[in-house]
Design a protein around this ligand. Structure first.
Ligand code: SUG
Length: 447
């Protein structure tokens, strides 16, 4: 049966702004207080999605969230009308206003971990929504993400949705950004590689300055929940030194597709052991592991973080070769671009590269790979997916019109307390749930 990797991209929300909320994510900190353009951000994301559809890839869309999140503020003791709450929080706790207003749900690589049916014992696709405990502004995404995934993948005979892991640092889970799958073909069983930042119990070397957001214990729990065979899972620690240099998720320094792992020399702590396991496990499926290492003297960790070379999408083309989608920052960097040109002409599996302008998202530390959640679906599973979430020309044009109608082209933190902005959000999202047939997804639609 034909099987596809469908990339579901997060649609940028109406409150996209630069609040400097993510310690350890250098772009987020550096761009605090910059003026954001939510309309441009959403259109940049849509253009990437449309370009991939036009080349023949399957592409889905995941919706943004209701922001500012008034419900979170009520849980924290604010009361009265929504407008009153916004006024109070802006005066008494502006840091909270920024947190409950972030459009961070756009980075859906952190929405969930997904295991394809070819890997799971019950032959269903398993989803575990990431708890994102390390950052408050991200932890409040969980409930709407869970509902959005359920509204997209409804059919119980094909899809299993697990509740998030306990909302606790020892089970810190950042989803697919720390998860890679290696396989011969999407439809064949694969080896799932879980990359963690630290071990909560038992001790591990940890970064000194920046948080390791994701634990080994979280990854192990997900492997159990997803009914993966022990002999087809590899757990490897991210190098704590690169976390301290701004690599807050593994997808900032490595990406896999098919049998290929494209990674930086310093990405992993115990690389040799992990690669030996991957090689052995893949050989059980008669699949040869293809590691492509970028040496530090060619691209340093600092350059990798600045250009997001590894936050790329590796996509399998019909001719068996791979296309690499990189952010424009990689094209503008002389050494990185020279490396990429050498790579595509080297006769290896990656023979084409395309750069996209995603500057609005990049300024918050979100590149092409952060914006997408990979969901491997066979023909039947694809047919059982909510069709209104799959991007075609019609949906692209509807969403583009919708963005142009509702989104502001300038937003600063000072604008977040404006009750008019909240209403603009709700009006737009109400229309979106109809466009994408998502049901009553948002708190304001249910209250
Ligand atoms: O969690 N940035 C996000 C970026 C997530 C990127 N995702 C992946 N690498 N998969 C984060 O750090 C910044 C928000 C702000 O500062 O306003 C932010 O949340």
């Amino acid at each position: 049966m034909p099987t596809y990797e469908v990339n579901f991209d997060g649609l940028v929300g109406l409150t996209h702004n630069y609040a400097g909320l993510s310690l350890g994510n250098l772009a987020s900190t550096a761009n605090q207080h910059a003026v954001a353009n939510p309309q441009l951000a959403a259109l940049q994301g849509l253009k990437k999605m449309k370009a991939l559809v036009d080349i023949g890839f399957k592409q889905g869309v995941l919706p943004p969230q209701e922001r500012p999140c008034i419900n979170s503020l009520r849980l924290l003791g604010f009361s009265g009308t929504d407008a009153h709450i916004l006024g109070q929080v802006a005066k008494k706790a502006p840091y909270l206003l920024a947190n409950v207003s972030s459009a961070s749900a756009m980075w859906v690589a952190n929405a969930a971990t997904v295991s394809p049916s070819a890997d799971t014992q019950d032959n269903k696709v398993h989803f575990t929504v990431a708890n994102l405990t390390n950052k408050f502004h991200r932890s409040i995404e969980v409930e709407t993400t869970r509902q959005a995934l359920q509204a997209t993948f409804r059919a119980k005979e094909h899809f299993v949705h697990h509740t998030p892991l306990p909302l606790q640092a020892q089970f810190g889970d950042e989803g697919a950004a720390n998860h890679n799958r290696l396989c011969a073909d999407y439809g064949k069983p694969g080896v799932e590689v879980f990359v963690y930042g630290r071990q909560a119990w038992g001790g591990s070397v940890e970064p000194r300055y920046f948080p390791a957001r994701h634990t080994r214990e979280a990854s192990e729990a997900i492997a159990r929940l997803h009914q993966l065979a022990d002999e087809h899972c590899v757990f490897v620690q991210q190098n704590p030194q690169v976390i301290d240099q701004g690599v807050f998720h593994n997808d900032v320094i490595a990406v896999a597709n098919g049998p290929v792992l494209f990674y930086h020399q310093h990405a992993f702590l115990d690389k040799l052991r992990a690669f030996e396991q991957i090689t052995r496990q893949l050989s059980q499926f008669e699949c040869q592991f293809v590691p492509i290492e970028v040496p530090n003297h060619t691209v340093s960790v600092e350059e990798a973080v600045r250009t997001y070379l590894f936050n790329s999408q590796l996509l399998s083309k019909a001719d068996g070769k791979m296309l690499m989608i990189v952010p424009e920052e990689s094209q503008q960097h002389t050494r990185v671009w020279a490396y990429l040109n050498d790579l595509v002409s080297s006769g290896g599996p990656i023979n084409e590269v395309k750069a996209f302008d995603l500057r609005e998202s990049m300024a918050n530390g979100g590149g092409p790979a952060c914006l997408r959640l990979r969901v491997v679906l066979n023909q039947q599973e694809l047919a059982a997916t909510n069709p209104n979430t799959l991007l075609d020309d019609h949906l692209y044009h509807s969403l583009t019109r919708w963005v142009k109608k509702h989104y502001r082209d300038r937003l600063t933190e000072a604008d977040l307390a404006d009750p008019v902005l909240l209403n603009e959000n709700r009006t737009a999202l109400d229309e979106l749930t109809q466009l994408m047939d998502l049901g009553s997804l948002y708190p304001f639609q249910r209250d």
